[in-house]
Design a binder for this molecule. Sequence first.
Ligand code: ADP
Ligand code: MG
Length: 335
Amino acid sequence: KLYNQVQDLKGSIRVYCRVRPFLSGQSNHFSAVDHIEEGIITMNTPSRHGKGQRSFSFNKVFGPSASQAEVFSDMQPLIRSVLDGYNVCIFAYGQTGSGKTFTMTGPRELTEKSQGVNYRALSDLFQIANQRKDTFSYEVSVQMIEIYNEQVRDLLVTDGTNRRLEIRNSSHRGHSVPDANVVPVSSTFDVIDLMNLGQKNRAVGATALNDRSSRSHSCLTVHVQGRDLTSGAILRGCMHLVDLAGSERVDKSEVTGDRLKEAQHINKSLSALGDVIASLAQKNPHVPYRNSKLTQLLQDSLGGQAKTLMFVHISPEPDAIGESISTLKFAERVA
Ligand code: ADP
Ligand code: MG
């Protein structure tokens, strides 16, 4: 019995890796990625001593030619779990420019084919709920928040208000942000409008050189409540879809003031996330959820019965190799 529980726990954290293609206009004579096969990614790590290589192994590795549909198809069982009353957390990790937003949302000019995980997850959710309509009645609602400098802000506001919100713990919602707008949704059209609003609010204050979206965590939370039509029993599931702040190390000798403060906050919260996932993977009885706003918010979707997918992103450029290796090491800690 215990053996099974332990197996379940271990099975609840999965790690995927995705390498984005070279961007158009970039020369691609040399890629930092040597090859990918069966969940193993091998990086070229040249040094003064000559050619070097290092391999990392994950549950799944997607190469530069993987489509959005292909990437999502591996996540579909997670979506089904939310409707079965489980909590799910999918988060995108990687340096700025590695493709996190592409995976979660899509490119700037969105087409149906290029839609990311967020849209596909909700569209799947509606589809499965509809298939079950004779036995279950589902209500779906979403919230979208941002964590910037350890402050939580609602992204679903239309009046530009910028109140600081608190994460609270309640018996039926668990850890959540009750004061952020909760919007009922019943179709993918509703979702597209809301995501556009959220994206727009996330971009506020951003300039080309000072892209705030890469220095905040954004989280789309989907709350699902299902009622069993025969027994009347209620089940609740929740899914967090998180586009994390860029994981790149900022050279402390080069930044000061606000930029340094931001870097320290990002560093602190990403380390806190790594520590939580690592202690769950090692089945450590003490899980340090309280060390950042991010881990407090995700608390009920990390560990226990929850299902977690950490999705790390890598750029193919040789200049990015240092950051890519540190991303892969971060992921390897839990894989
Ligand atoms: P991040 O959110 O990690 O900073 P982005 O998602 O903004 O990175 O990606 C950086 C650039 O690369 C964007 O122009 C994006 O459209 C493009 N890109 C990222 N991943 C892919 C991919 N798999 N296929 C095609 N273009 C991609
Ligand atoms: Mg981004």
